[in-house]
Design a binder for this molecule. Structure first.
Ligand code: FES
Length: 66
């Protein structure tokens, strides 16, 4: 699914950028080699970034518990 329609950035690309250290939409655009256009996606992108960070933390916690 696309998070950013203008620049064709998908959820999986946001996730990859977060795993590489992105924490803000501007970081994601930079990681994808693109720049924002209309900005409509900023809220959804922030939510996806937060979701992916939470998922990564949960996964790391579960792996550390093993
Ligand atoms: S939807 Fe992302 S810049 Fe327009």
């Amino acid at each position: 699914m696309y998070i950013c329609i203008c620049k064709a950035i998908r959820e999986r690309e946001v996730d990859a950028a977060v795993r590489a250290g992105a924490r803000r939409p501007s970081d994601v655009f930079r990681a994808c080699g693109k720049s924002p256009q209309c900005g409509t996606c900023a809220c959804d992108m922030r939510e996806r970034i937060a979701h992916t960070i939470a998922h990564e933390r949960t996964t790391q916690t579960l792996l550390a518990a093993d």
